[in-house]
Design a protein around this ligand. Structure first.
Ligand code: BGC
Length: 756
């Protein structure tokens, strides 16, 4: 097509979109003209269904409220039959017959569960991540859901925070790519009944909770906020996300729920967000505890700040009318919020067909299908990270005797991981089942539990909430260990399935100690003493401080919580049917005292000299080096990748020229494999201090054994941009170090000069 033809085609698209918008606006204006004030306020109300419990309070009399037009949507209600019944009440028994929007926390899959988001992020595979969202949307929509409270994109550099499991790690660039992929996977263009609306959360900075304690205060400079924490939310907005959820925390002393700077100035004015905003669970009444006033005051503050929908809190429902009368909010503010919610329903097609997502046939045939489970198994295997593999203990042979030991080895319920609210845990596959099915009859698998999760039964109970019990073994710890040692005596290899239970991460699951529980460490020591090769299969929802394990255990495969197909997926990797290719999206510290430890830190005025881990009057600790156990971007393979020197197309550039950075990647090993080639840039001199490196690109490359390939990145001045001290997004002329490598520590580098 010629340029003119393309322009004409584009013009037609713009005209068509305008016509669609005009049609929608006219429809909504007409509807709103018929609505009473109570009905408008009703649209802003989002109660929980009580089906799935994700918070403390719950609402009562929902049926009556729906008939009265006092409900805009309902969340966490499960099954198409129930949703159809509730929708029927809304569209047949309420005065204006406005359909409800049905939301759910479909965070990493619906009934077919994918790895927890932190695990998914370690695939560094945007196609797979988008597919996981697509499958989740297909299954959820088959069961009546049209809105998901995902993606969660909170940057987190503090593994004490339990919700690190729900996000994409510590890096804004990687997090932004994932945010886009997820929004695309869920929403598509809304045209089909498999497309559901996404809700990016928790806006903003929730992952920067002080001391990693959930719901705690956050406070940071604007420069850090714009450069390091806001980009993933913005990426979701740029990708057209339909809704945004406010976070629980305060920012600049004002809870996000009442924070006009966040909700209006940044989100709408600077980023041009056109969808609707929703509070988090009881976000409005919680502002009474924050100390901002009574329910009427905080509800008015939220509306004025730019909040459209009130999840569970019922502050809008019970106080906005009074506030309007008293001049504390305006009719225009209520109308605006109501319009945005109606627009969302319109875009989803609910006014055309309120039962668009209520297709019983789909519910019966499209959920937890063999095809979806196969996809989940393949994706899960790509998320596991091989942390250590001394003497190539892995992959295991499908022969001989394997002793499988550990509190997480014969357990289904913990496999899906936190926030698997729609899953049927009994359908998940345990590691024991997975090993047996993948090894077949040629290998003998013997099993013993070896230890409880923790010596402290009360702690174990807290960590096993929501019915995901580990089944505590009441025998003395020494006896449980001895049994495991006994069964290991005749084994060729020991596989120790240890780590955290699913609910040791997720909401309200922060830990001040991020080591492996002592009961399991004692078991591991006993297993190592047998002299048999030990493979640690580590279950975790956060980076753990496993320096001792790294120093002493020959092989470590981190498997996060791999979803409903975790068992076979782990077995696929352990037996080498799949070569591991995951890379960490977080830094793993040596101990909790190093936190926050992240790869893109500043240099400080007193950095350590090369080759030293301590020097007086330098930025370091007396008792531990500044190094992590595993750096960001790290992960091994069963094959070996080597990087040739970095070649640059030029070392001095001007203005909008482009730079090409190329390395030759070689698979020197004996197995085919995938490698994530990572591009980092350092801006050596800036008007504000700049990080020692920042991820700016990556490619996941497949190479056959013995194969070599040139991998190139095109770098433009866009990759050099940052928010300066005036929060202006631009690049500055000067010297830059370009780095390419297989993790953030081991890179090939070269310098360029780039002038304006
Ligand atoms: C969580 C949100 C979640 C909401 C609804 C809250 O407690 O913070 O992430 O979407 O509950 O279940």
């Amino acid at each position: 097509m010629k340029k003119v033809q393309v322009l004409i085609a584009l013009l037609f698209v713009v005209i068509a979109l305008h016509a669609q918008d005009a049609k929608m606006n006219a429809f909504i204006t007409n509807l709103m003209n018929k609505m009473t004030l109570d009905e408008k306020i009703g649209q802003l109300n989002l109660p929980g269904s009580g089906d799935i419990v994700t918070g403390q309070a719950s609402n009562s009399d929902i049926g009556k409220k729906i008939k009265d037009g006092a409900v805009g949507g309902l969340f966490n209600i499960k099954t198409v039959a129930k949703i159809r019944a509730v929708q029927k009440v809304a569209v047949e028994e309420s005065r204006l017959k406005i359909p409800l929007i049905f939301g759910m926390d479909v965070i990493h899959g619906y009934e077919t569960v994918f790895p927890i988001p932190l695990g998914l992020s370690c695939s560094w595979d945007m196609k797979e991540i988008e597919t996981s969202a697509r499958v989740a949307a297909t299954e959820a929509s088959a069961d009546g859901i049209c809105w998901t409270f995902s993606p969660m994109v909170d940057i987190c550099r503090d593994p004490r925070w339990g919700r690190i499991a729900e996000g994409n790690g510590e890096d804004a660039y990687l997090g932004s790519q994932i945010a886009k992929a997820m929004v695309k996977g869920y929403q598509g263009d809304y045209s089909k009944n498999t497309n559901i609306m996404a809700c990016v959360k928790h806006y903003a900075l929730y992952g920067a909770a002080e001391a990693g304690r959930d719901y705690n205060t956050t406070d940071m400079s604007r420069v850090r906020m714009y450069n390091e924490y806001l980009p993933p939310y913005k990426a979701a907005v740029d990708a057209g996300v339909g809704s945004v959820m406010a976070s629980f925390n305060e920012v600049d002393g004002v809870p996000a729920t009442a924070n006009k700077f966040l909700m209006t100035d940044v989100l709408r004015k600077q980023w041009g967000f056109k969808g609707f905003t929703v509070t988090d669970y009881t976000g409005i009444p919680e502002m009474i505890e924050h100390g901002l006033g009574d329910l009427q005051t905080v509800s008015a503050l939220a509306l004025k700040a730019g909040i459209d929908m009130d999840m569970v809190g019922e502050g809008f429902l019970t106080t906005l009318k009074k506030s309007l009368k008293e001049g504390k909010v305006t009719q225009a503010e209520i109308d605006n919020a109501c319009r945005l919610i109606l627009e969302a329903k319109y875009k989803l097609g609910l006014f055309d067909n309120p039962y668009k997502y209520c297709d019983e046939k789909r519910a019966a045939t499209e959920i937890f299908t063999d095809a979806n489970r196969k996809t989940a198994r393949e994706i899960a295997a790509d998320c596991f990270v091989l942390l250590k593999n001394q003497n190539n203990i892995l992959p295991l042979k499908k022969s001989g005797t394997i002793a499988l030991v550990g509190p997480l080895a014969d357990n289904k319920e913990n496999m899906p991981g936190t926030w698997s609210v729609a899953a049927d845990f009994s359908k998940a596959t345990s590691l024991l089942e997975g090993l047996k099915s993948v090894a077949g009859a040629t290998a003998k698998i013997v099993y013993a539990k070896g230890s409880n999760l923790d010596y402290d039964a009360a702690y174990e109970e807290r960590a096993g909430m929501f019915g995901k019990s580990l089944g505590r073994d009441s025998r003395p710890a020494a006896d449980i260990i001895q049994e495991a040692v006994n069964i290991s005596k005749d084994a060729d290899v020991i596989v120790a399935a240890l780590g955290e239970s699913a609910e040791m991460t997720g909401e309200s699951s922060s830990r001040s100690d991020i080591e492996m529980p002592q009961a399991q460490k004692d078991l591991l020591q006993a297993l190592l003493k047998t002299g048999k090769p030990v493979v640690l299969v580590l279950f975790t929802g956060r980076p753990l401080a496993i320096k001792w394990e790294n120093d002493n255990v020959p092989s470590i495969l981190n498997v996060w919580f791999g979803g409903s197909e975790a068992g076979p997926a782990i077995a696929d990797v352990l037996f080498g049917d799949v070569n591991p290719s995951g890379k960490l999206s977080t830094t793993w510290p040596q101990n909790v005292g190093q936190i926050p430890l992240y790869y893109n830190h500043k240099n400080t005025g007193r950095p350590l000299p090369d080759g030293k881990w301590f020097q007086k009057f330098r930025s370091n600790y007396l008792d531990v080096s500044n190094d992590p156990v595993y750096p960001f971007g790290y992960g091994l393979s069963y094959t070996n990748f080597s990087y040739g020197d970095l070649k640059l197309s030029s070392t001095s550039l001007k203005g909008n020229q482009q730079l090409t950075a190329t390395v030759t990647l070689t698979n020197n090993g004996s197995k085919d494999g995938k490698e994530v080639v990572q591009l980092y840039i350092r801006d050596l001199v800036g008007s504000i201090t700049r990080p020692v490196k920042e991820l700016k690109g990556f490619q996941k490359v497949f190479l056959k054994a013995g194969e070599s390939k040139e991998v190139s990145f095109t770098i433009t001045t866009n990759d050099l941009k940052f928010y300066n001290g005036d929060l202006k997004y631009d690049w500055e002329a000067g010297d830059f170090v370009i780095m390419v490598g297989g993790n953030s520590r081991d890179v090939k580098s070269a310098k360029v000069n780039w002038v304006k």
